[in-house]
Design a protein around this ligand. Structure first.
Ligand SMILES: N[C@@H](CCC(=O)N[C@@H](CS)C(=O)NCC(=O)O)C(=O)O
Length: 320
């Protein structure tokens, strides 16, 4: 993936597309891992790791789901930023329901934590951010990697019922294969459609997005989950996009060739099974933060910052 964003847009502001009209997500810069290997720089530890998230952000949401699924809530402390992101990025605003102050670094903004760790940092100030309280270092700001090491590397500290690996060895090739097109076409596809600034860039992404949703629909017509009949990382990664689809992406990102609830019965069944049956999915989903973040922060998409009333229900009950 290209990192060539325009300099002025690299660390500041909410204009995300490049000059050619295409949105390209930057490559994350902190890529360490918690590891149970002897001598690891970030070993598993009970009171050491801290997570910064936005409840609006689908990438942070993956980590929140994993933290709860793995029974790590007491071991990895958490701070939540305001859903409103302005041109200086995420900020802490404990007055807002569901938000907290920064209880570890006492920062007002996420950007301060990046600069504290690396004064030369020149990337975007993204969440999720996993922080090592003992060394004052950032472990990782890449959700795809954070969830991987949380699946296994903290197991020595948690009860056996949580020793479930959502990226099991024998399913890896299949999980990797679906992750790839789902990331490009769906997880990132909604952003590439919504942040496009030319008709060509939008067209290129929106049709591909729905083609890949059709592909998922077919898989979920044949299996309970994306990879066979067990819950895996692939489901966690897709869920955070699909749960935002009808309430936000259909209208706000112009992903309106269909809605999950009306046009994708198998995806709709899968979404509601996860949400209503597994607390890690429902309890980490905050529709107020999700809707307000996108519709009030993205001034280019929604200059009057009016939050849309619908859909009537953010997610339907299982029997509707
Ligand atoms: N590759 C990162 C992407 C994270 C990301 O793009 N987060 C967004 C929120 S949804 C963010 O913090 N954006 C702030 C910015 O770009 O200034 C991951 O998956 O962890």
């Amino acid at each position: 993936m290209s990192t060539e964003t325009q300099p002025a847009e690299k660390t500041k502001g909410l204009g995300f597309a490049n000059k050619d009209g295409h949105y390209r997500r930057q490559v994350s810069q902190f890529r360490n891992a918690i590891s149970s290997k002897p001598g690891a720089e970030f070993p598993p530890d009970k009171d050491r790791y801290h997570l910064y998230v936005s409840l609006a952000c689908p990438w942070a949401h993956r980590v929140l789901i994993t933290r709860k699924l793995k029974g790590l809530e007491d071991l990895i402390t958490l701070n939540v930023v305001d859903w409103y992101m302005d041109e200086d990025g995420w900020k802490f605003n404990p007055e807002v329901p569901g938000c907290t102050p920064d209880t570890v670094n006492n920062a007002e903004r996420i950007r301060e934590i990046y600069f504290k760790v690396n004064p030369e940092y020149d990337g975007r100030f993204t969440v999720p951010l996993l922080f090592d309280k003992k060394q004052g270092k950032i472990v990782s700001n890449e959700s795809a990697e954070i969830i991987r090491f949380l699946f296994t590397e903290m197991d020595s500290l948690i009860p056996e019922k949580y020793h479930v690996d959502y990226y099991p060895e024998k399913l890896r090739p299949e999980i990797d294969a679906v992750n790839e097109w789902i990331y490009n076409d769906i997880n990132n596809g909604v952003y590439k459609s919504g942040f496009a600034t030319t008709q060509e860039a939008y067209d290129q992404n929106v049709y591909q997005l729905f083609k890949s949703l059709d592909r998922v629909e077919k898989i979920l017509g044949e299996h309970k989950y994306l990879v066979g009949d067990t819950l895996t990382e692939a489901d966690i990664r897709l869920f955070t996009t699909i749960v935002r689809f009808d309430p936000v992406y259909v209208m706000h990102f112009k992903c309106n060739l269909g809605m999950i609830r009306h046009d994708y019965p198998n995806i709709h069944r899968w979404l509601r099974d996860l949400y209503w049956d597994i607390p890690a999915f429902k309890d980490t989903t905050n529709f107020e933060h999700i809707k307000k973040h996108y519709m009030i922060s993205h001034l280019k998409q929604n200059p009057y910052q009016i939050v849309a009333a619908g859909p009537k229900e953010n997610i339907l009950p299982k029997d509707k």
